[in-house]
Each structure stands twice: as structure tokens, then as C-alpha cells.
Design a protein around this ligand. Structure first.
Ligand code: HH2
Length: 268
């Protein structure tokens, strides 16, 4: 399959410490301006987050997280029809975000952060992304190990989908994400990217988030700054599109839209 229908999800981090753009959009006006720019660049979705999940990131209190994201979601909802997802592990933040206008809960904990999460996902009735993470953001990159990373991530995602279904989430609302960079070495990340067709074959829409991630610097030593990882980010987005993922989560929307359009044109 080609990139014909690969959606581009633009990242808006309203955080002081995100690994790739931390601090840049903490001011509400700056965050809104950034979101508008991503829409103008062709984003199909906006993923708004108020808590960094980068390796070693500090947790954020619920009230603080809400104060960061809710005004932005409400402001965007008032001026655009572009769908908004909320990147949070906290069910109460997801709830408030959906009330404010978000239609997808992007949960990197795959509804494990709180015992209330599965029921909340069902109650909200929104779409939900279940992502694989080994361990927790604070320690997940401390020597992650798997016997068979692809089989284990696949089994985890299917088990979490089952939990969501049992709680009452409709099957067609569930997305899966192998969680590139979340408790994975370079070899693990590459194995998961190679296995994308297998994840797509599970029958759920797949979200792929590799944009500006650290594994790119493990391949290209000149890419120590997250902002210098565009080439690697595009390479993975194209690979994902080729494998048939439903959406790619990216910081560089303009360049990704262009790369996917060229791939599509080549495919004819
Ligand atoms: N990656 C990040 C955050 N959220 N959500 C999904 N579903 N998949 C991902 O791969 C993913 C995600 C990390 O990237 P970023 O938002 O740029 O950094 P931070 O977590 O430091 O804000």
C-alpha cells in the first residue's frame, strides 16, 4: 500500500521540557500560533500534549496539565474543524479535553495509568490510541530487554485492545501504536519499524510516532539535536506510509506532507 491515505498528525507540545520542542509553545499565544501554522501546513490532526513523556521527564500535576492544554483546545475548536487529539495518560485530563473539543484520546500508557482509564475511554466514546511502552517514562530507557520485541509488542497491544473492548470501547474507535522510543533500543525500534506491515495486518488503524526521536541520532551521530533529525523522521514516515499505517505523528508537518505527496505521485 502507498501513502495515499496516510494522515499527518501534527504535534503541539505545551510543555517546558519536551525533548524536541520543549518550552517553545508554553505561552498560550505561541501554542495557538504554532497550531495554526501546522494546520496551514496541511496537518490532518493536531495532537496536543501538556506533559512530556521523554525519557526521564518529570510528571505533571493534573491541574497544571489541564491549564496548559484546555484553553488551547477550546480556542482551536472555535476556529477550525481539524480534529484534535489529547496526548495524556490521565483520564480526567482526557475527559476535560473531550468536553473542550478533542475527539481522540492518545494514551501512551494504553489505559494503564489509572484503574479508571478503560471505563473513562468507554464513557467518552471518542477514539483512543493504545501505545506500547515498556516501563515508565522516568526509567524506560534503562536497559530495555525483550526476547522477541515484535511478538511482545503485538501481544501487549492486542491485550490492551481486549481490555478496552471489555470496558465498552467500540472496536472501530481503537488505534494501536508500537511506541517507537518508549523502552526500546535502536535494534528494537528498527525491528518494530520493519514489522509495521504485521501491525497493520492486526486490523486496527496504526499510529506511528518516530519524529525527531533519539534512535535517529544512534544512526546519524551528527543528529544530536532533535531539530537535526528531519531526514530520519521523513525516512520513517515514508516507510510507515508504505506499510499502510493510518497516521504518522510528526513535528515537521510541511515536510512530511510533501514527502508523502511525492511518494504518492511516484506510485501513480
Ligand atoms: N511519542 C511522544 C509522545 N506521544 N504518542 C503516541 N501515540 N506515539 C508516540 O510515538 C508518541 C506519543 C514523544 O514525542 P514528543 O511529544 O515530541 O515529546 P514529549 O513526550 O517529550 O513531549
Amino acid at each position: 500500500m502507498s501513502g495515499t491515505s496516510t494522515l499527518v498528525m501534527g504535534v503541539v507540545n505545551v510543555t517546558p521540557d519536551s525533548f524536541s520542542d520543549g518550552g517553545r509553545h508554553l505561552d498560550p499565544e505561541a501554542a495557538l500560533a504554532h497550531a495554526r501554522r501546522l494546520i496551514a501546513e496541511g496537518a490532518d490532526w493536531l495532537d496536543i500534549g501538556g506533559e512530556s513523556t521523554r525519557p526521564g521527564a518529570a510528571p505533571v500535576a493534573e491541574a497544571e496539565e489541564m491549564a496548559r492544554v484546555l484553553p488551547l483546545i477550546a480556542a482551536l475548536r472555535a476556529e477550525t474543524a481539524v480534529p484534535i487529539s489529547i496526548d495524556t495518560m490521565k483520564p480526567e485530563v482526557a475527559h476535560a479535553a473531550v468536553v473542550a473539543g478533542a475527539t481522540l484520546w492518545n494514551d501512551v500508557s494504553a489505559l494503564r495509568f489509572s484503574p479508571d482509564s478503560p471505563a473513562m475511554a468507554a464513557e467518552l466514546g471518542c477514539e483512543v490510541v493504545l501505545m506500547h511502552m515498556l516501563g515508565e517514562p522516568g526509567t524506560m530507557q534503562d536497559d530495555p530487554r525483550y526476547d522477541d520485541v515484535v511478538a511482545e509488542v503485538e501481544a501487549f497491544l492486542l491485550a490492551r485492545a481486549e481490555v478496552a473492548l471489555t470496558a465498552g470501547v467500540a472496536r472501530e474507535k481503537i488505534w494501536l501504536d508500537p511506541g517507537v522510543g518508549f523502552g526500546k533500543t535502536l535494534a528494537h525500534n528498527l525491528a518494530l519499524i520493519r514489522a509495521l506491515p504485521r501491525f497493520v495486518a492486526l486490523g486496527f488503524p496504526i499510529l506511528l510516532g518516530a519524529s525527531r526521536k533519539r534512535f535517529i541520532a544512534a544512526i546519524d551521530p551528527l543528529a544530536t539535536d532533535a531539530g537535526d533529525r528531519l531526514g530520519g523522521s521523513l525516512a520513517v514516515a515514508l516507510e510507515g506510509a508504505r506499510a499502510g499505517v493510518a497516521a504518522v505523528r510528526v513535528h515537521d508537518v510541511r515536510e512530511t506532507v510533501q514527502a508523502l505527496a511525492v511518494q504518492r505521485a511516484i506510485d501513480g
